[in-house]
Design a protein around this ligand. Sequence first.
Ligand SMILES: [Zn+2]
Length: 469
Amino acid sequence: MNCTLLSAGAAQEVTGSKHLLEIDRTTVMVDCGAFQGKRDESYRKNSSFPFDPKLLDAVVLTHAHYDHCGLLPRLVSQGYRNSIYSTHATRDLANLVLLDSAHLQSRDCDYLHKQKRHNNSLVTYEPLYDEKEVRTCLDHFMTVAYHRPFFLAKGVNAMLFDAGHILGSSMALVDINRDGRHLQIGFSGDMGRNDLPIIRDPEMLPPVDYLVLESTYGNRLHAPLDTTMDTLADIINRTVEQGGKIIIPAFAIERTQELVFCIHLLHDQGRIPSLPIYVDSPMAVNATTIFKLHEECYDDETREAFLEHHENPFGFNDLHYCVSKQQSQALNMITDPAIIIASSGMCEAGRILHHLMHCIGDERNTILIVGYMAEHTLGRKILEKWETVPIFGRHFPLKAEVAVLNSFSGHADYNEITDYVRRLDTTNLKKIFLVHGEQKAQENLRGLLTGMGHVVEIVEAGVRYELAS
Ligand SMILES: [Zn+2]
């Protein structure tokens, strides 16, 4: 048996996760994410695959974030014929994420075509897929519960474990048993954190021969969640006192629900004044419905606090969901302090752009960054406090305060990652492959894991790594 690992994305970068295991003539892929970053580069990287989708035998999806599932419809439209395996909640959330993406792509391409006519540009953008292609892709899903073994190909099985990252997120264990040789390969997916609201903590994988490990925060530490509540209260109180608004770009899934939960808690504790909270995202409304449906993913605290009392954990007061465009636009008229949570998380598209355009030039306002901002995204420019930032092709002065709350991150920091590896049964572990991280994060994490006695390799895109049994 010959087995190799090949990454076609999220290798020395954080988006576009696509990891292929080639076992003799069988190819299994873990995740099929879209690359996010500069428009031209993203479009080029997302338009075609550096492998033939027709030759893939199975795809396992670890979770429903766009950088892990975003190219699944493209994979199917380019000839992938087999199944996509995920948890039930991941399938439901991926449905939302992909339909939303199809919608945004169609709108962005219309806009760019107009620009192209205006500028006589030669570059042509077409949507990567439409809603029909998303629905066709969803027909390929086979959902499995955590801890249920499932068949990928002859002598190749898999099992999903809770990654504690977002609702339904999983780590994948691929078990290969061929020619009397046995190999277990663990994929961390995106590794979550202990004590995040709503969902369970990351679960330990069984002993593995190889671990493909994410490294997003390989050189960063998060503040503990309790100080986060204090910082969040300070930011809200300070902004309210100066009569400003708090604009929060956040992923519609998980981060929005957690934020609303924390803000509501602060309000109940009397630590912030009464003020309206707007969740300006039809997707967040739909995501909340999916959260309600998947109680099997809740942690014990959420079960005890809500379900045992027959309460809805997402029934927050003082909260307004904006679904229609009119409701969204009406928020621009608000002059009193308010909190507006809108997607997208990295400020690359969606309603957040309108709110930023209206609010970023006013020093009374606060832009609160609560998630990871990839290189070259508008979110990263705001995080780095550029003097002016481009929104809808125009430059706006960045006068609003920029505040950062990293502990809302759904990614483990380097202490949490190394602690996870320390608790793992590493008797059989031959090598750790680092993926899903930028250079400095990966080098730091490699240093830490090497110091613990492990063999560590930073995965390069397009390179085949031999996996010995
Ligand atoms: Zn993720």
